[in-house]
Design a protein. Structure first.
Length: 290
């Protein structure tokens, strides 16, 4: 290999790395925002149901507790919400502002506006395709968590969606047969066995995570077929560069499906960083407990 060939190869490598970083921007955050909106909708329904309690019942309950020792007990006796370990809060705030600015001034107006002209059903099918390829990661971690029923469901989903669903472009396993997905990753597996999240950290370009989930990502790397691993036989790409390009497109396409949710969060959040931090940690804890 000549020096010029080596120089060209190096240039391509760093170009793809930049694409990967940009393509991965805010993939986690908008999807978490979408989950939060769904949870808030459920909370509103529950609140409406609670409002149907009659005034007489409320008044009787007040008289029963009036001037009693437990008048204010509920306010202080409840279990305190677990505080998030955040020694890097100063850095995390700066990085959240950086990521948000990059999204607002570069990614959204320059890249996403044009890409979103592609019909949403097409982009959803692309996202389904990549979700289907995540099967090895999900099934391995379901087994590690001893969730054998979910393991069987994930395997059945993979077979149905890979065949009837045309290589995973569609999800007949759920729409026709009611088989819900049970995606797991190694960060959830560690949490299942009691490993704490560790300190919260916001990565440049990639968004919020914590020490446990970051370590889990490195393990999942060796199982996910989208990534290129020399010692593995089932790579779907031929080299690292192709893997980076595929991952870039996967994350970019996924992000295009959640831009509205993230924009709504930006408008509604009084303080963006703690809102996104709490949203991430609560979402991860909920997935671990499922």
């Amino acid at each position: 290999m000549t020096y010029s060939d080596f120089e060209s190869e190096t240039t391509v490598k760093y170009f793809l790395l930049v694409l990967l970083i940009v393509g991965s921007l805010f993939t986690i955050t908008p999807s978490l925002a979408a989950e939060n909106i769904e949870q808030n909708s459920s909370s509103v329904v529950n609140q409406d149901s609670m409002d149907t309690v009659s005034e007489d019942d409320t008044f009787d309950e007040f008289e029963e507790d009036e001037f009693g020792d437990d008048a204010f007990g509920d306010e202080f006796s409840g279990e305190k919400e677990k505080e998030i370990f955040d020694p890097l809060s100063g850095y995390n705030r700066v990085m959240t502002s950086f990521n948000d600015g990059l999204y607002v001034y570069v990614l959204d107006p320059v890249l996403l506006k044009g890409y979103n002209y592609i019909p949403e059903p097409v982009r959803v099918s692309v996202n389904n395709f990549f979700d289907n390829l995540n099967y090895p990661v999900s099934v391995v971690n379901n087994i590690l968590q001893l969730k054998f029923k979910n393991t069987g469901t994930e395997s059945l989903r993979f077979v149905i969606n890979s065949t009837v669903g045309i290589l995973g472009l569609f999800d007949p396993a759920q729409s026709w047969f009611g088989l819900e997905e049970h995606q797991e990753d190694f960060g959830q597996t560690l949490g299942y066995y009691g490993v704490g999240g560790g300190f919260h950290i916001v990565l440049p370009f990639f968004g919020p995570t914590n020490l446990r989930d970051l370590a889990g990502d490195f393990i999942d790397f060796y199982v996910n077929p989208i990534y290129y691993v020399d010692v593995r036989r089932y790579n779907i790409v031929r080299n690292t560069y192709q893997g980076w390009g595929l991952i870039t497109y996967k994350e970019f396409n996924k992000m295009s499906l959640y831009t509205k949710e993230y924009d709504n969060v930006r408008q509604d959040a009084l303080d963006l960083y703690p809102f996104l931090r709490d949203l991430y940690e609560q979402s991860r804890q909920k997935k671990i407990e499922e």
